[in-house]
Design a protein. Structure first.
Length: 296
């Protein structure tokens, strides 16, 4: 798979003009992906799906995805409808990052009943089935699960392209689900899944894909990298714990090449500690070309 590169933004309500400028700049710079955080319970955040609709309208080639959508707060049938609409409106530039729910205290504060981890994972599996069924016009969708039920809803419309479902999974059982069912793995940032566990998670996903009769190479593998692109000194960073990567563009490129060749990632999304035009330009004009050269 040709490596893809993107950047992440938070839909901060007080700086929506800035978010829009960064999205347009990412598009102009030729980046592949823009991830938008989805934390509806955060008072400072605007609704991610509303923001993504505007960003898709104001860009030409950039693919936009929620990083990642909170299934418990969205619901699978309506999430499928929203995804297909955004994809149709953008001529096939929407992808669906999704998770089973990470901040349950905040989720329950918005009126959603709490789920234990195993229940949340089972709900995610049911949700993926419903979302995909909603994209098949002509079908009458009937899914009777323990957590979600749809009973004869008419599917459609179909999205403009085969929307990828990229799961932000952490633990072994969730990673196995990703391997069995998902189109990609949106690896959580190291705060939730330390670097030391990335290789093991990749192996779990690949093994589950093979056991399900799938090609593990068909599952997109996204590394989400927190840090800062500096002008010096050129120190080799340690990928340890949740330590941010703070180094020069050339050293960043070496990190990316190592993650591709040694850990199996093919997609790289930058989470700058300070989201501004300077960091975006250093990523797009210095890191990405250097990484592509190493990977070539």
């Amino acid at each position: 798979m040709t490596p893809r590169f993107g950047i992440q933004v938070a839909p901060v309500a007080d700086d929506l003009p800035g978010v829009r400028r960064l999205a347009r700049l990412a598009d102009d710079e030729g980046l592949d992906l823009l991830g938008v955080q989805d934390h509806p319970y955060a008072a400072a955040h605007a609704d991610a799906f509303s923001v993504m609709g505007v960003l898709l309208a104001e860009t030409r080639r950039l693919r936009v995805f929620p990083d990642v959508a909170s299934l418990p707060l969205r619901g699978p049938a309506m999430l499928g409808k929203a995804a297909s609409a955004l994809d149709l409106l953008s001529d096939g530039r929407f992808e669906l990052g999704i998770g089973s729910g990470g901040f349950w205290q905040a989720i329950t504060a918005m009126g959603v009943p709490a789920k234990r981890p195993a229940e949340a994972l089972a709900a995610l599996e049911e949700g993926i089935e419903i979302i995909r069924a909603m994209w098949r016009p002509g079908e009458s969708v009937k899914v009777h699960g323990d957590h979600y039920t749809v009973n004869g809803v008419h599917a459609g419309p179909a999205p403009a392209h085969r929307v990828g479902i990229w799961v932000g999974s952490v633990g072994p059982r969730a990673n196995a689900l990703t391997g069995r069912l998902a189109d990609g793995w949106a690896a959580p940032i190291p705060h939730y899944l330390p670097y030391e566990k990335w290789r093991e998670a990749q192996d779990t996903i690949s093994r589950a894909a093979v056991e399900a009769g799938r090609d593990p190479g068909a599952v997109l593998r996204m590394a989400q990298l927190v840090g800062e692109v500096t002008t010096g000194p050129a120190t080799a960073p340690r990928l340890q714990g949740e330590e941010p990567i703070r180094t020069t563009a050339d050293e960043w490129a070496k990190v990316i090449a190592g993650l591709a060749t040694e850990t199996g990632f093919d997609t790289f999304v930058y989470w700058p500690e300070t989201t501004d035009e300077t960091q975006l330009l250093r990523w797009s004009r210095e890191v990405v070309p250097a990484a592509r050269a190493l990977l070539a």
